[in-house]
Design a binder for this molecule. Structure first.
Ligand code: PA5
Length: 348
């Protein structure tokens, strides 16, 4: 199945593959969308990035990547309101690909009431209108994509907003990451057969098991992205978790529960991980390996960002091939829409 491009395209009716393969280009284009914007020029005491689902991952990646490089806290907010400490010294970035997500719109209004400095990122919708009518800067993304497919735009726009505000320089790292993604992508595309294709091989390994993805240090958002891509593209249950925290609780479940054999645990690895992380991962894999199948994914690239995005991007392809193996069109997310219809009955 995975080595038959025609069959793959017949399952992928809405061309998720095209969307996934555009990630490196999205990253490059984001700079133009943000450069020259009228961003607030001030020194925030904190950065709060609000968004839900596919629109929250970009902020989470920025947090994992830059938290050790900036002197202020970067927080990701997946609620309908901001934390109490948010005030006029807060940079509140609102991210919603559609621009119509209730929770994010509600955060935008809350941030406005609290006097935060707001920047919006959306492809239109109510968030764009809100920003325009209140004179807040807004990054306008190209429309027409599934939100999770716009990850390149969503992530780099947040990073470029921070650069535009002179809080950090991100351009060189983003540029290097783009080359790594372009190179890696060649090994994961449809035309490379399973024997030679790590993305297809990993999907095959996962086919009959429930994946649990383990991140650590700056791979936690990446682990979560693997999970959510598998959930949404392959319509399959998956979870993610993080080291070292899991070794203080979850590991007991693995050691004592025979249901482990139904799972495959995937560990996101890094050649530069320090000895503490390495021994943590290895000790954990030893225990989990007795109960479930384990699998390692090794990143490539020079910078932290390129290594993060390399591992993330492989997960996107894996989730796509899992969808194909299941025979489901990766793009439509009917259950998400059904819930939204029921819950979003109030007009904002
Ligand atoms: O992937 C999806 O479709 C969802 O996770 C959405 O991203 C989420 O529901 C929020 O919508 P939006 O990204 O338009 O704000």
């Amino acid at each position: 199945m995975l080595d038959n491009p025609e069959k793959i395209h017949s399952v992928d009716k809405s061309n998720m593959l095209g969307v996934i393969s555009s990630l490196p280009t999205q990253i490059e284009r984001s700079k133009v969308l943000v450069t020259g914007m009228n961003v607030p020029h001030f020194n925030p005491s904190t950065v709060i990035i609000s968004g839900m689902g596919g629109s929250s991952v970009g902020g989470e990646l920025v947090r994992d990547w830059l938290s050790n490089q900036v002197n202020i806290p970067i927080m990701v907010n997946r609620n309908s309101g901001l934390p109490r400490y948010a005030d006029r010294n807060t940079l509140a970035i609102m991210v919603s690909y559609s621009g119509n997500t209730n929770e994010t719109l509600s955060c935008a209004r809350h941030a406005w009431r609290k006097g935060c400095q707001i920047v919006g990122i959306a492809s239109g919708g109510k968030l764009e209108k809100f920003c325009k009518s209140n004179d807040f800067p807004h990054v306008l993304l190209p429309p027409g994509m599934p939100p999770r497919g716009a990850i390149g735009y969503l992530f780099s726009s947040v990073a470029y907003v921070l650069q535009e505000m002179a809080l950090i320089r991100v351009e060189e790292d983003i540029h290097e990451a783009r080359s790594v993604l372009e190179e890696s992508q060649k090994h994961w595309t449809v035309n490379v057969d399973t024997d030679e294709n790590p993305a297809k091989k990993t999907a095959k390994k996962m086919e009959k098991r429930t994946p649990i993805i383990y991140g650590h240090t700056f791979y936690n958002a990446v682990a979560r992205r693997w999970q959510t891509q598998i959930n949404e593209n392959a319509k399959t249950m998956a979870w993610s978790s993080e080291l070292p925290e899991m070794d203080h609780n979850e590991v007991e479940g693995w050691a004592g529960d025979s249901k482990g054999k139904k799972f495959i645990s995937v560990f996101l690895r890094d050649k530069h991980e320090n000895s503490e992380t390495r021994s943590q991962v290895e000790a954990t894999m030893e225990i989990l390996g007795k109960r479930s199948k384990t699998h390692e994914v090794w990143s490539e690239g020079k910078t932290i960002l390129s290594r993060m995005l390399h591992n993330l991007y492989l997960g996107d392809y894996v989730s796509f091939y899992l969808a194909v193996l299941k025979g489901v069109d990766p793009t439509p997310v009917r259950a998400i829409m059904e819930v939204k219809k029921k819950v979003y009955s109030t007009e904002y």
